[in-house]
Design a protein around this ligand. Sequence first.
Ligand code: SF4
Ligand code: ZN
Length: 297
Amino acid sequence: MHRCCGRKSEINIQGMKYCKEHFLAHCLEKAGKVVRKARGKKLLVALSGGKDSMAALSLLLKLRDEFHLKVSGVYIDLGMKAVADAREIIESFCKKEGVELVVINMRNETGFTIDELACKKLKRPVCSSCGLIKRYILNKFAVEHGADFLVTGHNTDDEVTFIMLNLTAQNLEQLSRGGPITLTKPDMKLVGRLKVVYYLTEAETRAYCEIMGIKYHDAKCPYTTGASQKRMKYYVNMIDKEFSNFKNGVLKSFRELLPALESFNSGDAVKHCTACGYPTTSGVCSYCRIIKHGKEN
Ligand code: SF4
Ligand code: ZN
């Protein structure tokens, strides 16, 4: 029984028991903590078809009227056979919910699909090139469509893993880019990020999708690397089992520390790419270099 309402506790996540209604209220409250800072804004949800971005979109739709949001979705079709069902899942959800969706075909943007890129001789792992290409395309699309924020599906587990990895590597510049919201810099053609499921764990976004009957894509990408990320996430979960409230404690402390990290994220080194005009720290941005290399090889 749920101790507040006496209803049957159907959901048990890391010792927390909820009935369906209280779990949904819990998810809305956590998402609302982030969304209230984007009241009245135009939000573009970057959809992958995975549980986190699907949960983020669904929660935004429930909070849309309260916070006067404009919500639409974008999906990049990478041309990857292994994740072919993701597009169908997203299209059918958006159609059912009446959400405007734009599908960007990666080959139209770059001249190749990820499966084709994987067959080329690359200077960096395919997963790293893919991540960079996706971030670039999404930011460019968001700029061109006047979005105030790009919504991503980063959850608590992702953020705590990011914090621990960057603390360990003493990469304070990277660390300073964390947090639930990053700011839009129109002069730099950079759209800010809004992490709607920042305060929800991976177990919670999965439970949310399952309770709401939201289909999501769960197949493993064949090119995924991120070995250190996976290991760190595993240990974060191990510690969280031993020390209750570990993940929340790290997030809370990190948020207190973020203002002090601002000096590491001054953006002084950021300039415009001489080829495309989008932000870079070198003359020609990594995206333009990958595309040139991909076309030549
Ligand atoms: Fe691309 Fe890596 Fe994500 Fe696969 S895991 S879709 S290669 S960024
Ligand atoms: Zn460029």
